[in-house]
Design a protein around this ligand. Sequence first.
Ligand code: ADP
Length: 628
Amino acid sequence: MRTKQFKSESKRLLDLMINSIYTHKEIFLREIISNASDALDKLYFKSLTDSSVGLNADDFVIRIELDKENRTIKVIDNGCGMTEEELDSNLGTIAKSGSLAFKNENEKAEDVDIIGQFGVGFYSAFMVSDKVTVETKAYGSDKAYKWESAGVDGYKIGECEKDSFGTTVTMHIKEDTEDDKYSEYLDQYRISELVKKYSDYIRHPICMDFTTSKPVEGEEGKYEDVTETRTLNSRIPIWKKNKNEITDEEYNNFYKEKYYDFDDPLKVIHTSVEGNATYKALLFIPKHAPFNYYTKDYEKGLQLYSKGVLITDKCADLLPDYFSFVKGLVDSEDLSLNISREMLQHDSQLKLIAKTVERKIKTELEKMLKDEREKYEEFFKNFGIQLKFGVYNMYGLHKDQLKDLLLFTSSAEKKQVTLKEYIERMPEDQQSIYYACGETVEKTEMLPQYDAVREKGYEILILTDYVDEFTVKTLMEYEGKKFVNICDEELDISSDDEKKALETANSENAGMFEEMKKAIGDGITGVRFTNKLTKHPVCLATEGAISLDMEKTLNSMPGADENKVKASVVLEINMNHKIADKLKELYADNNDKLASYSKLLYAEACLIAGKSIDDPIEHSTLVCDLMA
Ligand code: ADP
């Protein structure tokens, strides 16, 4: 046997396992069983196309052997096995780099997170064992190899004797401590329970010898130990069972174990469809976004099974991008087992399934919105942004599918509302759907235009996500009502008389505005009076398609430096404010002062709108001059 060192990453992961305070150490068994099952699947796949394998589906078995005296559990499979190289690379370097990267970023994260989020595979055996031995013979090979390790100090690898192909994992169970009673894993009832709990759906039989005390026939009162081999798992995949036979706990366990989440799912969708497309689907909406959800590392997709056999682990074509958060699987009778991944993309049956899956998810979300509002709001907090992107992407191709799933913060009670709710309680005279954008709700409420709209009794949607305004601009309207940014100069909430008065004031003072614009310079396209401010003296309004917030978002995107967009900005002065009279006065007899005041007012308006001042030094000088 040669002694080798673990790769440093594996060593850390291993160390984490050995010293784990994780309370669900019992999951080691499902990890080892799931590896065995994968190995059986691999050989089964081979047998489908290679008749020389000579095995039937029923020949593949996982065996568990308990030895109380020697404190060992063996998990034995007759799967594909491993060659020496495979054994060395698979168990010497565990490729869970994702989990370590996560651990590095979150130095203080409990190991609970990492174990729960990623599943840790083979090394989890070290949570309960002080020594692990793997004996394996690759299918078709005549040599067998043994791998052995007692922890971080390294592992030994060398040839060994083994009759048949497959793998035997022997775990030497740790001695009991005050906190952990490891001996429970040597108990046949406990093991049987764990298999039922975590591995019931495994397709292959998981067998174990069971010893029970039975009355001896013909001899009253006498008992003897009888050993019989039992299959511990029902072998029926959970998604093939009837809904009413499955408990919430079973769904939750299945989800957590399969999709590496430490939380129960927010919603389980279990459906069986017959007709043009025949399939069963088991879908989950997670409670929170996976840590890499909003990065490009995240891969969407559902597992795809054909008649209970896994075809592909992540079939992206089954989910539209806006529902990419959904986890789960589809099992269809209609797909061929041997279909290749490339062919899948063009499979019309798959397209049909994808369409109905999408419809189902949408209906379930709508139902949740209607019947379980709080839950839906929790969902939306995590994944709403994905739906908003969905509206905005592909030039709004999917906006009609998604618009009724959107929630926005409303000025009324600062609650989340749907567009439908907004429309339904609109006062009769309200023409449009009003919205305001800002970094936070509080900052948005401070916008000078805000009060005037609220005073009219109109509700305002407060948009604080950078994608929000792009979303409503893509929607354009909802039930015939246009979306209007309260900072848009077209915001029209005045009566005819008010409008007329404003028009007159603006044309009478056109000369003054021209002077002011000249003083301020390139930053603006015009100056004018407004009647839509209540307390504030000034505000910035924008003309055209690009608002100030969009300008900010677009210019902060990668590559925007060469191609900056610019909103067309108008400085609006409150025509009913004292400052309006002051300006008129200055225009009549002090043009220099009018110029400085114009710059000051523009700077003020910029600050209120959350925009920086073009020339802070000049601004400061002007303020000081005024003070002195
Ligand atoms: P994962 O199963 O997530 O890939 P593991 O740490 O559980 O990671 O296992 C590492 C690798 O070791 C597996 O991918 C597989 O190639 C190999 N392996 C583990 N157990 C077995 C087994 N019983 N038979 C064949 N190969 C195995």
